[in-house]
Design a protein around this ligand. Sequence first.
Ligand SMILES: [Zn+2]
Length: 317
Amino acid sequence: MNVLAADIGGTNIRVGIVDDAGVVVLRDEDETPSSGSAEDLANTVAKFARRIKDQSNLDIAVFGLAIPGVIDYDSGRVSLSPNIPQMNGMKFGEMVSKATGVQVVLENDATAAAIGEHWLGAARGHSNAICITLGTGVGGGLIINGAAFSGADGTAGEIGHLNVEPDGYPCGCGSRGCLEQYASATAVVRMAEERLSAGETSSVSRSDSMSAKDLYDAAIVGDDFALSVFATAGRYLGIACADLVNLLNPEVIVFAGGLASAWEVLEGPIIAEMKLRAYQQPAERVKLCRGELDDDAGILGAAKQAFTVINKGNSRS
Ligand SMILES: [Zn+2]
């Protein structure tokens, strides 16, 4: 059995055909159109999906779609998508379904990553798992008692907006001091720029094109400044992990997304800070690790939701 699956990001759209063992048998990737209406975006996604479906010659009944937004699972409406605002208020799944002729199931992208890692990655075999995605922003997905948990209105798991600094840096959500402002790739670069401007020195020179990867490359060869920036990000992640551990007693917390490739320099500070703050028993039990599926976590989670629809006729039970 095969399904279509896609992971729509602010920059790229990944589309694939996935079999029931979780193998991506065909894949394609293209840029997310930066302008246009929700209809344009739905038609673009549908065009990619049709192209790959025609190549495969397979019968496909369901299309799983991971999107960067809050989904009202009852109505199928996208309540809020800060990165792709044209989706706001739209029944985006229905639009893609009309354009493809295939039933669509929508899932939040960070929840999809958690489902993917739970199905085939670092959280497999664990009934209580948390996935934290570290990229341009910080996302979160929760697996509780073996199932994705989205709360009353689909907004649960916004780990990036847990407060870690009461009077901290302003956040796009309207609050300040959110984890996202200290532990995303964007935040790591901002914190480094602030400290270099204040006179600290590093082998990484301050420039408009400085990236989190430049800082990681410097950290890995022992640049004290870069290591210290990652230690700060790790400390804030550790504060959030302590709260999550105290709240949910998870078996595993998986770190996914581009910045998780800096796991080697983040792991120590995260675990040290978490252990300082969390209850001893759940802190000792929880395993913190990097995701195993890299960029495929979202698409595989979306595929898993599509198989769940086929098997049970309901995406979230
Ligand atoms: Zn926020």
